[in-house]
Design a protein around this ligand. Sequence first.
Ligand code: GLY
Length: 364
Amino acid sequence: MSKQIERRTFLHGSAAAAAAWASPRLFAIGGRVARKLDGPGCIGSANAHLPKPGHPKQQSYSAVETATSRLRAGDRPVDSAVVGVTLLEDDPYETGVGLGGLPNEEGVVELDASVMDGTEHRAGAVAALRNIQNPAAVALAVMRKTNHLLLVGEGALRFARDLGYPEVSLLTPESRRVWLEWRAARGATDNWIGEPEGGSTSSAVKSPPLGTTHISCWDGKGHVGGATTTSGLAWKVPGRVGDSPVIGAGLFADDGAGSAGSTGRGESNILVAGAHTIVEQMRIGKSPEEACLEALRRVTDQCERRLRDASGRPTFDLAYYALNKDGEYGSAMIYGRYHNAAFAVCDGKGPRHESGAVLFSESK
Ligand code: GLY
């Protein structure tokens, strides 16, 4: 991660860390001046800005830059966000979304996505969608072309097919290789509670990756919208649906307050209706970063015991991204594990990574 990312944490020190189980609320303080977009722009998960210079395998692109150029051209925030996340869905080397997303325990890629227009207060979503590379665009079609909000599984596939989306194999040679490695080592590393201990090798096997992409857009005139897309938790039980397609959890947008989205352990986010909670916190005056931290505190307060480590902290990570109707923005994560606590931003100053607030430091 570049040095321009200034990592900040809200830890008060090791004495406070020892009290994490008893009182996670002690760890976060808010009140910092909110950052503001320089004209129309957007924020998103760190993978929405991937310069990746010199990396032979991965494409070089910036989804937040693409989304911002669409905003400048006059597209609605929700449409701009979908154009942005589509770049990642089309990238076979991005293992958390679209083509090349890691599959479920049977080796089948199942995609989840949602979109929301904060002006019209309309949303669309698809869940457990197979064989279609661009679930965010299909979610947009659910919003625009149907009387419904969420289509799942076979019905979502038939809908996409009827609209002309081509059916493709989403499993790449690399994602198949990693899945086969996991399958050979499965045991304690699967998603069934109470399975016997089993061996495991790579980090992708030991800690199933989550590579969701979220983008929230602001048009400079108070209109907001967003999109969240994912292949979900790797090696999931077939049919498992995470937070990304759940409006109010993985995404929520309302011009009256702002837009928010999430990446990370979806089950924990659904339980606090994370994106809706953040938007409502911004509505009552919290900065985007404070609102994200409040939702994270609810996650850590409510976290069930089996998902806590010996010091009482969650064993998983979760990240929130938010911008308000005035273009102020922020992000917060439990640990910031996946991208060194960075999130993506683009506005008149161009695309970049910035540092999010971190609830807990990894060093104990
Ligand atoms: N946040 C993505 C998922 O849990 O599926």
